[in-house]
Design a binder for this molecule. Structure first.
Ligand code: R5P
Length: 293
């Protein structure tokens, strides 16, 4: 078994390797002066069971291309089996046509991975779990809920309700609620335009309760911060939030810091530069390394 990492999350690869008592394989992913990706794999992978750890987080296209090129190189170097370990699967939110002539980029990514030579995929909290079916190779789809659930169990919050910030996240919220032995409520959210969230209604009892909002992704943090405000306005006692994938683009960190949220728990499927979190005291990072390991 050999582990390799490109440039997206070497820290996570290192943690997984330590968990397994291995070291990360010798490989360097750099750039030629025109921006093309240069790859050097500095040890034999002939006959090996190779795991390439690379979330396709931003810059998504760069990290995706690094992953494809590394898989291609491993295949040409006679690896026995290549598994793409994608703690975050970029383009997962483009998994169906919602308007005429939309692309289905999540399927294109699946085709590219298979064509490059991946024979298995390990992913976490795919935005739509049906993406598993975009592949004809095995996909291990791991939820972040056990890690988040364990954290909240040890926090001993009282009178809790888990809230899904949109209709698509109800199953995830129910899984977390089952682990914590609580009920759920649901926010009815619309998107008038991409990256803009609007809260319409809250379904369920949140009055006087400690709310944990659970999402797969926090991107611009619009969904989670607007949701938190709506929940407090409608009588919740306090609001916490958690997600598996901290995309945290644009104004996200500022929004989280200025929001009414008590605490925001994220995982390290996507690395967040600690310097960006310096002025944000609310964010707590949990590691998915033991789970992936
Ligand atoms: C959308 O359906 C996802 O589950 C997340 O709620 C969404 O990606 C979060 O985006 P943002 O933080 O930009 O509102």
């Amino acid at each position: 078994l050999k582990l390799f990492s490109a440039n997206a999350n070497p820290q996570l690869a290192q943690e997984i390797a330590e968990y397994l008592g291995l070291s990360v394989g010798a490989a360097k992913v750099t750039r030629f002066s025109d921006g093309e990706i240069a790859l050097a794999i500095d040890e034999s992978v002939r006959g090996a069971d190779v795991f390439v750890i690379q979330p396709t987080c931003g810059p998504v296209n760069e990290h995706l291309m690094e992953l494809l090129i590394m898989i291609d190189a491993m295949r040409r170097a006679s690896a026995r089996r290549i598994t793409a370990v994608m703690p975050y699967y970029g383009y997962a939110r483009q998994e169906r046509k919602s308007r005429a002539r939309d692309p289905i980029s999540a399927k294109l990514v699946a085709n590219l991975l298979t064509a490059a030579g991946a024979r298995r995929v390990v992913a976490m909290d795919l935005h739509a779990s049906a993406i598993q079916g975009f592949f004809d190779i095995p996909v291990d789809h791991l939820p972040g809920v056990p890690i988040l659930g364990e954290y909240y169990k040890n926090k001993h919050l009282e009178n809790v309700v888990v809230v899904s910030p949109d209709l698509g996240g109800v199953t995830r919220a129910r899984n977390l609620a089952d682990r914590l032995g609580t009920g759920i409520a649901i926010i009815d959210k619309t998107r008038p335009e991409p990256n803009v969230a609007e809260i319409m209604n809250i379904i369920g009892d949140i009055e006087g309760k400690t709310v944990i909002m659970a999402d797969d992704i926090i991107d611009t943090a619009g969904t989670i911060t607007l949701g938190a405000k709506a929940l407090l306005d409608r009588g919740a006692k306090e609001v916490h939030a958690c997600c598996t994938h901290p995309v945290l683009s644009g104004p996200a960190i500022e929004r989280l810091e200025q929001s009414v949220l008590k605490e925001v728990v994220i995982t390290n499927t996507i690395p967040v530069d600690p310097a960006r979190l310096e002025n944000c005291s609310k964010v707590k990072v949990l590691s998915v390394a033991p789970l992936l390991g």
